[in-house]
Write a protein of this length. Structure first.
Length: 381
């Protein structure tokens, strides 16, 4: 579909599974330019009225959605500066031994378990959710609940009531957690965010809640899908898999290539035109939604030679798997570190790892944003 769209309709009107009218942009050059275009706004709560949507937006969801990824400068600049203060390279680097030991514990349990398994359950999900929850400070016992809520919110299949219930649950959960950390701070990102100060500025209660929501959802869904989609891509490209097994120094470039090729997200989060904007040859009026298909841009042969080919040694510079411009992924260093540890340790532990079903029978989740598998049946040994 993307091959055809890039050739014949690179900026095309679509209706999302949620029933929203939008413009889908598929060429690399257009997507990358639009990601950094200040005429494409994110702060829909401030600019869009209910008439601009074709659907009703739930107020609780709107409250949680008002995080920095849905804000424009100067609000975005201010919030990003405050979180960058707390989310330091030191905090990320310090996670390496902990990520490695969480990974090893999961692999130990898999070694003792059945030879056939769904790789998401014992590995991709617990690893991604445990790391982000530990970083932020969400308790172990609450992680399954959190997974359910996040899946419901990002799915295109659930009912409006289900989405609302998930948003309310998350709201209550975060309110409670923030109150607890205010009373007794510990060494986690939430406590650091509460303490973060920048020239006398700090995060309001609403900003803290929305930031938690963003970090947890952005940090766990994407990582889970990088691991699962990445393993699927490797298992279905045996030559590349062998190359990586034979030379683990390729791990950093393999992670980058898997971000490009296996795309944990189908498109960047929605933007809308603050004024009339021309993308490619298409004039888009003001107040229209625009979806930038990063997954298509990453496979555009005008930017990447043999773009559909997986090549774990490829120069992937300029890929847009982490976005581009002011909203470039805040968690990219953590995602890279976690990806290297996860793929490296999994391949080393299970030299005979293989798909347990045919490639065509793995199921994909019904979401327009998330490009993720429902399950990944594998044989471990
Ligand atoms: C493989 C893993 C990941 C991928 C593919 C990914 C992808 C992205 C993309 C494409 C964007 C830009 C979205 C847009 O412009 O519409 C983004 C932003 C963001 N990501 Fe990630 N991400 C990953 C992991 C993480 C992790 C682990 C964290 C948390 C620690 C995180 C936190 C964020 C935040 C906070 C933003 C918003 C930044 C802003 O608005 O300035 N991400 N990510």
């Amino acid at each position: 579909m993307f091959v055809r769209l890039r050739s014949f309709a690179p900026v095309t009107p679509v209706i999302t599974p949620e029933g929203v009218r939008a413009w889908l942009v598929t060429r690399y050059e257009d997507v990358r330019a639009a990601l950094a275009d200040p005429r494409l706004g994110k702060d829909w709560v401030a600019h869009m009225t209910p008439e601009d949507f074709d659907i009703n937006v739930d107020p609780v969801q709107a409250f949680l959605d008002q995080h920095m990824l849905n804000l424009d400068p100067p609000d975005h600049t201010r919030l990003r500066r405050l979180v960058v203060t707390a989310f330091t390279p030191r905090r990320v680097a310090a996670l390496r031994p902990r990520i490695a030991s969480i990974t090893d514990e999961l692999l130990d349990a898999m070694s003792d378990g059945p030879a056939e398994t769904d790789l998401i359950e014992p590995f991709a999900f617990p690893l991604s959710v445990t790391v982000i929850c530990e970083l932020i400070g969400v308790g172990v016992g609450d992680r399954e609940l959190f997974r359910e809520w996040s899946e419901t919110l990002l799915s295109s299949r659930g009912t409006r009531q289900e989405s609302r219930a998930a948003a309310v649950n998350m709201y209550e959960y975060f309110t409670h957690l923030v109150a607890e950390r205010r009373r007794s701070p510990v060494d986690d990102l939430l406590s650091a965010l509460i303490a973060a100060r920048d020239s006398g500025d700090s995060l309001s209660e609403h900003e803290l809640l929305a930031m938690m929501f963003l970090l947890l959802v952005a940090g766990h869904e994407t990582m889970l899908n990088l691991i699962a989609n990445g393993v699927l891509a490797l298992l279905t490209h045996p030559v590349e898999l062998k190359r990586l097994r034979d030379d683990p120094s390729l791990l950093p470039s393999a992670v980058e290539e898997l971000l490009r090729h296996a795309n944990p997200l189908n498109h960047a989060t929605e933007r809308f035109t603050l004024e009339p904007v021309t993308i490619g040859d298409t004039d888009i009026p003001a107040k229209e939604w625009v979806m930038l298909a990063t997954s298509s841009a990453n496979r555009d042969p005008s930017r990447f030679a043999d773009a559909d080919q997986l090549d774990v040694g490829r120069d992937t510079a300029g890929h847009v798997g982490f976005g581009h411009g002011i909203h470039y992924c805040l968690g990219a260093p953590l995602a890279r570190l976690e990806g290297e540890i996860a793929f490296g340790a999994l391949l080393a532990r299970f030299p005979r790892l293989a798909l347990a079903v045919s490639e065509s029978s793995v199921r994909w989740r019904p979401s327009s944003l998330i490009h993720g598998l429902e399950n990944l049946p594998v044989r471990l040994r």
